[in-house]
Ligand binder design. Structure first.
Ligand code: ZN
Ligand code: ZN
Length: 144
């Protein structure tokens, strides 16, 4: 089933199965990063028979398509805050996630200079990076 998502911040065509759509809605409405098991318990309110692999497969698809991002330093998933940019320039651009270690809020930002520096560094090291994210942990303005 192919669904055209009307939200302008979402890509024009995502193959959203019911479980993918439910996982997307859950993470999106949370407004902050969520851990996989919290997503699972929410999902089970909608899809009773949902099992961990259902969630992991849906998350995998949504992360690969840059709709959700994995926040490694919180072991959690968040909705992309800049989706138009992330989906359009996924090969070109590295986003930075500023992650608050007190309240869990994440601010996503992107900077072309950062992308250029990372490309230059990986190039000179002969390293092939598959990262589209850099994480910076700290304390947000509200928690300081
Ligand atoms: Zn993003
Ligand atoms: Zn905070």
């Amino acid at each position: 089933m192919t669904v055209t998502v009307e939200n302008t911040h979402a890509p024009t065509s995502l193959n959203l199965t019911p479980s993918r759509r439910a996982v997307l809605d859950i993470v999106k409405s949370a407004g902050r990063p969520m851990k996989a098991y919290d997503i699972l318990s929410k999902l089970q309110e909608v899809i009773k028979h949902a099992k961990p692999p259902t969630v992991y497969r849906a998350l995998d698809y949504l992360v690969t398509n840059h709709v959700l991002h994995r926040v490694n330093n919180q072991n959690a998933f968040m909705h992309c805050q800049q989706h138009v940019e992330c989906s359009k320039q996924q090969e070109e651009r590295v986003s930075i996630l500023f992650s608050c270690q007190l309240c869990g809020a994440v601010i996503e930002n992107a900077n072309h200079s950062l992308t250029a520096i990372i490309k230059q560094m990986t190039g000179s090291l002969g390293f092939k990076s598959d990262a589209d994210m850099v994480e910076c942990s700290g304390v947000c303005q509200d928690c300081r």
